[in-house]
Ligand binder design. Structure first.
Ligand code: GLC
Length: 726
């Protein structure tokens, strides 16, 4: 209560007229201190008035280990080993909004226990390049799926008084030159593809903070971009929260007037040459800002507006009466982490070899470094120090007690990741040559009933990690050669891919089964084994298209579109999103190219039949229903996807529309033989395109194609209906 009263006084002090006692007035220095970092992960409160500091913490799928006051290095606590939940691409692959909210609540409980007020996630940047380094932290290629899942996650996190921070606003779609790239994108692609997930996070998720990205757009850094932070975010979308910079993403005090509220990170001019320096007065929102305020160059109203937003954030978080103290690493959190993994794992291909029978004395050979490697510590700022992490091999051995489970390394990738002092505590060094490793794996396969190859990427440098994109689409460390040798034995091979990005799989046609297993966190082995054994029927669907090769995408043909063209100054890199709105399945449909696996694809151990599609426009809404029936022998979950193809618009059909766009989805659980009518309602306004001359969305009358599908490449039912009025 005391804190809340302090908040009231402070707001009064800010908004009241001058005659209030000076003691209630926030001084200029007190107000300035609230707008920038005072340590690596905190910004100042007002001790005199009992207003606490604000504590910010990564990351999207777990509460990061405690850092030293002035450094990225770890504080070496013994009480900050968290539960690692699956990375958010896995969460997106569940297509389960209630589950996303549940994960948000668990994350908030762990953040509260650790004294954190803002959790720096979710990341919702659209997957444009299948090789971008942080796709594993984001939620795929479709703005509706990303927006819905992120909004559910945010509602969960914020329900306990911890703020989410939807990031990175906007257009962080590659890691290459991420602080120097200037993105050139059409207003239409910006509004139809790259912004909607952020808009939904604000308007449907109610995000209390937004993190401004490192890159530029319209030749201005996002953190000091008035069109982005004020016109779009606040005026158009009604955002009333705090905009925080990415760490070191502020380049001038202009950011204050542009709409940025809190400057975090180092790399400011005063600290650039010594990122470990502690001179926070050099921050752009410190002494330089004070000078501009005192000289009148920047009116004090700008500062007061920032501080009122920060106080509102504190009223919502650390000044909220009765806020829970949370809890850390408990059985319920482990169960939720496992459930997200089980529901996010995607069965991409199955010749019938899966599920494996746990009651048989099978001879199982497990091959691959990713079967034994702990992944949570890698990835960059989402790195986690975990209380525990069950590896795939451990999970498989536990799930198949009657089987003879043997392991062969197969290849050596990253022998031991240490990230800012946090280590997985593994020494995976192995002196054998690649040839020896492969030969040993083939030799060990003698007599095996099935080979489980657990490979993929590993969140180390260029392999799904912040700051660097992948340098190729192929699997690293010679995995393809080992896979070819093992497939050559004729023993059924199940390939389990651990990654946040698609990868080339030239042998896919000869693998008996393929599973996408994501970065699953603390319960990785349990979740994977549950699906391999059939204890859990897989229901995940990939939130991105899986091209056979990068040549099938529109990005890699020219430097202009990826990674961009370096300017004369050798600093800024201009990247052009020439493909416009045609990203992901929108591109493959238009190009007539069939990806290896389509967006929204995921098999089950049962089968679903669709029937009775009904669709109509009534009362300004598109109303659709379809009946889904489980025609197999196992209970299972199906995500029904509603796609809509709209008529082209504009003079000479200037506004070409994608063949189809995801407009709604619903996940249903059905027992064998059970049917369910799934209904959707989409406002007609949600079927529009962004008209660049009118600067707004427009829905045109005409013929609409309504499609119900199990994926973008598996449209089960389709009907055309006419919209007569706008
Ligand atoms: C990093 C990341 C951002 C993270 C922040 C704090 O550079 O871009 O996602 O939350 O800094 O670690």
């Amino acid at each position: 209560m005391k804190r809340f009263l302090a908040f009231v006084f402070a707001v009064l002090a800010l908004s009241c007229s001058r005659e209030r006692p000076a003691a209630w007035q926030l001084s200029l220095d007190e107000k300035l201190a609230m707008t920038h970092a005072q340590s690596r992960f905190s910004s100042a409160g007002v001790p005199r008035l009992g207003i606490p500091d604000l504590w910010w913490s990564d990351g999207p799928n777990g509460v990061r280990a405690e850092a030293l006051w002035d450094s990225w290095a770890q504080a070496g606590w013994t009480s900050d080993s968290c539960t690692a939940y699956p990375a958010l691409t896995c969460l997106a692959a569940t297509w389960n909004e209630p589950l996303a909210s549940e994960m948000g609540v668990c994350l908030a409980e762990e953040a509260l226990y650790r004294g954190k007020d803002v959790l720096l996630g979710p990341g919702v940047n659209i997957m444009r390049l299948p090789t971008a380094g942080r796709n594993f932290e984001y939620m795929g290629e479709d703005p509706l799926l990303a927006g819905k899942m992120a909004s559910a996650y945010i509602r969960g996190v914020q329900s306990l008084g911890v703020a989410a921070s939807v990031k990175h606003f906007a257009l962080n779609n590659q890691e290459k030159a991420r602080t120097r790239v200037d993105v050139h994108v059409s207003d239409r692609a910006l509004q139809e593809i790259y912004l909607p997930a952020f808009r939904m996070a604000v308007q449907e998720g109610g995000a209390w903070t937004v993190m401004a990205a490192y890159n530029r757009i319209w030749d201005l850094h996002c953190s000091e971009n008035p069109r982005l932070l004020t016109d779009i975010l606040r005026r158009d979308w009604g955002f009333d929260g705090v905009v925080v910079s990415d760490w070191g993403a502020v380049h001038s005090t202009d950011a204050a007037s542009a709409g940025l509220d809190v400057e975090m990170g180092t790399s400011t001019d005063g600290l650039r040459d010594n990122p470990e320096a502690t001179d926070y007065s050099a921050f752009h929102f410190a002494e330089p800002y004070k000078e501009k305020l005192l000289s009148g160059e920047i009116p004090e109203e700008v500062l007061d507006t920032q501080v009122s937003r920060i106080l509102r954030l504190q009223e919502r978080t650390n000044l909220r009466p009765g806020r829970s103290h949370g809890r850390f690493v408990c059985p319920e959190h482990s169960a939720l982490a496992r459930k997200v993994g089980e529901e996010g794992i995607v069965l991409l291909k199955n010749s019938g070899v899966l599920p494996l029978d746990t009651l048989k004395a099978l001879n199982i050979l497990v091959v691959g470094e990713n079967a034994i490697k702990k992944m949570a510590v890698g990835g960059g700022s989402s790195s986690l120090k975990t209380k525990y992490e069950i590896t795939p091999l451990e999970g498989i051995r536990e799930a198949f007690p009657l089987a003879d489970v043997r392991f062969e390394r197969g290849y050596v990738g990253d022998a031991g990741e240490v990230y800012w002092g946090v280590s997985a505590g593994q020494d995976l060094s192995d002196s054998r040559t690649p040839e020896r490793l492969s030969a040993d794996a083939v030799a060990a396969s003698e007599g095996a009933d099935v080979i489980l190859f657990v490979g993929g990427l590993n969140k180390s440098r260029n392999q799904d990690r912040e700051g660097r994109d992948r340098l190729s689409y192929e699997l690293p460390y010679g995995q393809d050669q080992v896979l070819e040798a093992l497939i050559g034995t004729g023993i059924p091979l199940v390939y389990v891919n651990v990654s946040g990005n698609p990868v080339a799989m030239p042998w896919a046609g000869r693998a008996s089964a393929i599973m996408q297993a994501w970065y699953l966190g603390s319960e990785a082995g349990e979740a994977l084994a549950a699906v391999l054994s059939g204890r859990v029927n897989p229901s995940g669907k990939i939130p991105f298209s899986w091209p056979s090769s990068l040549a099938d995408t529109p990005f890699y043909g020219s430097e202009r579109t990826c990674p961009g063209i370096l300017r004369e100054d050798g600093h800024i890199m201009d990247v052009y999103y020439d493909e416009g709105i045609f990203v992901g399945y929108r591109w493959y449909d238009r190009a007539g190219v069939e990806p290896l696996f389509p967006f929204g694809h995921g098999l089950s151990y049962t089968y679903f039949e669709y029937s009775g599609l009904k669709a109509s426009f009534r009362g300004g809404r598109l109303r659709v229903s379809v009946v889904v029936r489980n025609i197999g022998t196992k209970e299972g979950k199906e995500t029904v996807q509603l796609y809509v193809g709209a008529p082209a618009a504009g003079d000479g059909e200037a506004y070409e529309r994608p063949e189809k766009e995801l407009k709604a989805f619903q996940k249903v659980s059905l027992r064998p033989g059970e049917s369910r009518k799934v209904s959707f309602e989409v406002p007609v306004s949600g079927l529009g395109y962004y008209d660049e001359t009118l600067s707004r969305f427009v829905t045109v009358p005409g013929r609409y194609s309504i499609k119900a599908g199990a994926s973008a490449g598996d449209i089960r039912l389709n009907k055309e209906i006419i919209l007569t009025e706008r």
